[in-house]
Ligand binder design. Structure first.
Ligand code: HPA
Length: 256
């Protein structure tokens, strides 16, 4: 029998709350790894209520509700531990990225299928202390194939364009990359670059949580356009993309 999906959304830059989520309650969860980025909010999508069988979902703001936790300071282990603790087995991450591949225009949405991890300073595992045996997870395919399929179908229903087959480069930040670094990522086969994809995806796999990321292209990556990258442009490009992501998530939840 198929297991019931208990769904959470981790919102990134541009998505510190889900406007179309009616929040029923919030909970602060303490974890062995410290405090998560935000309380978890439980809610239903606007057009549903729990009485008429709507799905309860959970929302967590990766950078805090005030958007004041930078990518390298996010307590990824606490976030994932908290979600696992409340029974989440299906996780949709939303991440802002810079576009590298030619079709990754600012404002477009991407469903990556691979990751290359360039982070250097982050604790990237739950499996380190008090082990009875050394544990390695399979991470050949970091994102859930089944969830990716469901998201693609939902995007099609909503006529939302979702770019596919993209490799996500996870960089340490918080600074953006140099133009030379982006050329190196391009040679490595990376299509988009962001600072929050790892270790989140690996920690989800360690906890056997099905994980997928919907990425919003905020800007051309460093050196790929004539302009320097400005926070103002990033915010502007993310506005439209996040509106589409809200729509996409609402459709996805309906079809689950
Ligand atoms: N690089 C890294 N992370 C990002 C970018 C970028 O260009 N844009 C949004 N997040």
């Amino acid at each position: 029998m198929e297991k019931e999906k208990k769904v959470a959304i981790i919102g990134g830059t541009g998505l510190t709350s889900l406007q179309n989520l009616d929040i029923v309650r919030s909970e602060v969860i303490m974890t062995p790894y410290g405090e998560p980025s935000s309380p978890v909010s439980y809610g239903v999508m606007e057009d549903g209520s729990l009485e008429n069988g709507s799905k309860e979902i959970v929302f967590l703001a990766r950078h805090g509700h005030e958007h004041n936790i930078p990518p390298h300071k996010v307590n990824y282990r606490a976030n994932l531990w908290a979600l696992n603790h409340i029974g989440i087995n299906t996780l949709i991450a939303v991440n802002a990225v810079g576009g590298i591949r030619d079709d990754m225009l600012p404002g477009s949405l991407v469903l990556p299928n691979q990751i290359i991890d360039y982070t250097t300073q982050r604790i990237n595992t739950f499996f380190e202390d008090n082990l009875t045996h050394v544990t390695h997870i399979d991470f050949s395919y970091p994102y859930s194939e089944e969830l990716s399929q469901l998201i693609l179908e939902s995007a099609e229903k909503q006529h939302i364009e979702l770019l596919q087959n993209a490799t996500y480069a996870a960089t340490e930040g918080p600074r953006l990359e140099t133009a030379a670094e982006i050329q190196r990522l391009k040679r490595d086969g990376c299509d988009i670059v962001g600072m929050t994809g790892m270790p989140e995806a690996a920690l989800a796999r360690e906890l056997e949580i099905d994980y997928v990321s919907i990425c919003a292209n905020a800007n051309w990556a460093a050196g790929l356009s004539d302009e320097l990258i400005s926070m103002r442009d990033i915010e502007k490009n993310l506005l439209g993309a996040m509106a589409q992501i809200r729509c996409l998530i609402a459709q996805l939840l309906k079809s689950m």
